[in-house]
Ligand binder design. Sequence first.
Ligand SMILES: *Cc1c(COP(=O)(O)O)cnc(C)c1O
Length: 422
Amino acid sequence: MADNFFNIDERLCRLAEIAEEKCFEKFKETERIARHNGEKVLAAFIKNKVSESCFKGSTGYGYGDGGRDVLDKVYADVFGAEDALVRHNFVSGTHALSVALFGALRPGDTLLSVTGNPYDTLEEVIGIRGNGNGSLKDFGVNYSQIDLLPDGSPNLNEIFKKSKDAKVVYIQRSRGYSLRPALNVSQIGEIAKAAKTANPDAIVMVDNCYGEFVEEIEPTEAGADIVIGSLIKNPGGGIAETGGYIAGRADLIELCSYRLTCVGMGKEVGCTLNQSKPMFMGLFFAPDVVANAVKTASFACELFNLLGFECLPSNAEKRSDIITVLKLKNEENLTAFCQGIQKGSPVDSFVTPEAWDMPGYESKVIMAAGAFTMGASIELSADAPIREPFAAWMQGGLTYASGRMGVLLAAQTMLERGLIKL
Ligand SMILES: *Cc1c(COP(=O)(O)O)cnc(C)c1O
């Protein structure tokens, strides 16, 4: 079956068919999860009486913005939490995570990361990189870390031992831009249990970025106290234009709201401008959009396996985030892959990404992204630092047709440059 629009090599089309056949069970499972999560979201909309007036938006202080309060309740229900704080005013996932950390921690407290190094941008928030000014460390918050075991699972013995002295036990669900595996929600549940057995007062906090709706339940339904994420990733469904969310225990959400706005006002203020409707609509679409991203990831994994490359996670593993790592062996492959992904983007398909010296990185990085929303990585995108193991971190895909074609164009570009043999 040749494609009608892209002149993909016949042999590659055939391989794509084989790859899709291999994905059959995975796709069925992904669609089952999407249906479950889609029903969960719909039920939360209905229970909380979402109406057109919720989309009206507010200006100024935003007092009495009913839509904002309903959106918080809908998120709380979807995440099985007591309360939530969903705001376009969160400028990024890092900002939402920073608000949660500063909201929960006090001078003399200890933040214990139990999934090794936290995401790059959080190192400065914590104060383990940079000059430390304004960081948690600057405010007297201690930091301690437990690495994952060599097989990527959490070190439950150490977690049990060290949680006694921790105020926040911090978990990163996604692999992020590392080679470690994503933690699935049941593993997060085990961590929460170990931490709370040792210290019932410990706050189990989860960086949920890239993880939302990949499984049927969220960490807050498995023992975590608070989850945080970005709306230009999974839960924004490719429709939210910016923002972030925090969901969890009501007392913690209040502390976070005091940090986002100010003490006393908290959640009562913050106008929504014209951002309510895209945030509602994005959440409504999110389970299906995440499924499309997961299907794109599963397809890429099988196709590139057939082309002779190792991909992580393999389709035999249970997924808990939308990221796929493709080990492409050398710089030429990485460059062709990213340039091919870009060619299949609905926006900016005509530009050619090149590796460049990004501030804060030790090696050059090449990035492919052609998105409706700048930086939105629920849309098909790939990032690759030019260094061993010459891996591309690929994620997203708003629709399966476009995600699949992006992946095929990446392979086609490698083929045209004589980098792969069929
Ligand atoms: C994206 C991401 C963040 C930070 O989000 P930004 O919106 O890029 O600031 C934090 N943690 C993980 C695991 C992420 O994937």
